[in-house]
Design a protein around this ligand. Sequence first.
Ligand code: FAD
Length: 375
Amino acid sequence: MLLLQAKPSIPSHFLHFFFPNQTIRGSDDAKPILSFHPPNVFHRLQASQNTPPSIPKEESSSSSSSSSSSGPHFREIEEEEGLRFIRGKKLLSDLSTWGIGGPCNYYIEVFDESHLISAVRHCCRHSIQFLVIGKGSNCLFDDRGFNGCIILNQIEFIERIGPGAYRVGSGYPFNRLGMQCSKEGFSGLEFAGGIPGTVGGAAFMNAGANGQESADTIENVSIIRMDGSHRVLNRSELAFGYRRSCFQKMEDMAAIVAVTFKLTPSVSAMEWQRTYLERRRMSQPLQDRSAGSVFRNPSLGSMVSAAELIEKTGLKGFKVGGAKVSDLHANFLINCDGSTSRDMLQLIELVKEKVYRRFKIKLEEEIQYIPYDFR
Ligand SMILES: Cc1cc2nc3c(=O)[nH]c(=O)nc-3n(C[C@H](O)[C@H](O)[C@H](O)COP(=O)(O)OP(=O)(O)OC[C@H]3O[C@@H](n4cnc5c(N)ncnc54)[C@H](O)[C@@H]3O)c2cc1C
């Protein structure tokens, strides 16, 4: 049951939550362990109490949900209006490439837009804070988990709407899209080969590499808003920056549903895509559990990458608990031995501190830290 209304001054039951200079507490909720400066805005729904509202419905002990919903973590299933929520058992470590994170209160997989809208409306109606994720390849979840609903986006479709023009579901694998477009002789997404996220995650993060970025090719983006309505944002309405997008601060957006890309014909696209992928294989620890580059490269004016700065401080191979600075690529912090979010956050802070002490450059996180509670 729900119990809280949004404050009247805040638009649409939906709050953006900024964490300037916030102190993050360890998973054991003991002393603050470090100060963390997440790069982006987070949002939340207002709720009245710490314990999540229960959804009135039958519980089933069946584990016959979709293939990714099987196993020991799926004993509690709640169904309402055709929505199937896993209650309290889904581990976020299973939903992130880092393999870190405790359980979320609710978990649902969505396969099309109407399903996603229903899930969002449901969460809004019950004041459950929610987060839409793709492959979790840029997320650091908390050891305590998430005090709300994780909506796993599996909206996968691809429509060819003209030469080099693709309308793609936001849950479509970005890596696959990059390879397909290049193979079909179109340039712009060669860099996407090897990026283990979704199209929605790529638009949200403005993913990029090798001098290319998602923003260069995006024509329009379909979103759904907090009230469940659909909106298409055209290129002129979209603002992107280095690993930043307007979606990271958009007050009334609930989720990205589809993205239209416009690419240019190229006879060498396939060759470039392969070259980039090979370069990635040589320079990145792809066998290890990571979230890609943890830090953004320093802003304009600096000729050195974050990886070079970290390497020059001698931190390659440095460990905190199960978290380690990769020996191969210093901007990759890997979960090498059962890292907790606490280990990883401490390592992140330590890297920032050492780099600042030596170079007076403040590194900023590219990864998204998802706290247990946005409130
Ligand atoms: C080995 C490896 C290599 C990588 N290489 C690169 C690289 O070269 N370049 C690069 O830029 N990144 C790279 N990354 C990071 C990551 O893959 C990208 O940022 C990717 O775009 C994230 O997509 P995702 O679906 O996994 O997003 P998630 O990690 O699931 O989510 C990231 C953020 O986007 C939001 N989000 C995701 N989908 C939606 C949606 N449909 N609607 C609204 N919000 C949404 C989430 O709420 C979250 O805040 C790499 C990661 C790994 C593990």
